[in-house]
Design a protein around this ligand. Structure first.
Ligand code: ZN
Length: 170
């Protein structure tokens, strides 16, 4: 192949010695999922997340724009962190205890716990983008619901059905 026929790549290939020795872990700047770095300066878990993040930075039309506005960023991180912590708290409990736990959480939200209420009513958590795996316990949207979805399922079922039915769904 002559030199002239080699196409120039827009992004130079990563050389082997740039690879970290041990797989370093990081939190995706887009979906908050934990991932193993393949490159030292890797900020996102996947190409999809990298593209989404760049789209937001470029200010393109995107319903999730507010998530990345610099002033709200820290607040949002805490918010979504809370979602994960509560979901983990629920899912690491024996199923027979989940009903009471979720009932208590909803009671707290109803009786004036504003932040919890905001979390349970949050649209991004009620109707999540399943590509944002970081929203879910163990980064696994196939197996787990967000905290807000759990509350929604609970409210839809709890007053009509037996406790055992509710715990099947959460
Ligand atoms: Zn990601």
């Amino acid at each position: 192949m002559s030199k002239g026929s080699v196409r120039k790549l827009a992004v130079p290939p990563i050389s082997m010695n740039e690879e970290p020795q041990e797989k370093e872990k990081a939190i995706c700047g887009q979906c908050s999922a934990e991932f193993e770095k393949r490159r030292r300066n890797q900020k996102f878990c996947s190409d999809a997340c990298r593209k989404n993040a760049h789209q937001k930075r470029d200010g393109k039309e995107n319903p999730r724009n507010s998530l990345m506005s610099p002033s709200k960023r820290r607040e949002n991180e805490l918010f979504f962190d809370t979602n994960r912590r509560i979901a983990e708290d629920i899912y690491t409990r024996p199923p027979c205890e989940r009903f009471d736990y979720v009932a208590g959480m909803i009671e707290a939200a109803r009786s004036g716990h504003g932040k919890l209420r905001a979390l349970l009513m949050n649209k991004l958590l009620l109707f999540p983008d399943y590509d944002m795996r970081g929203l879910f316990h163990r980064n696994c949207p196939a197996a787990y619901l967000t905290t807000s979805q759990i509350a929604s399922v609970f409210c839809g079922l709890a007053w009509k059905a037996e406790q055992s039915v509710v715990t099947i769904y959460i």
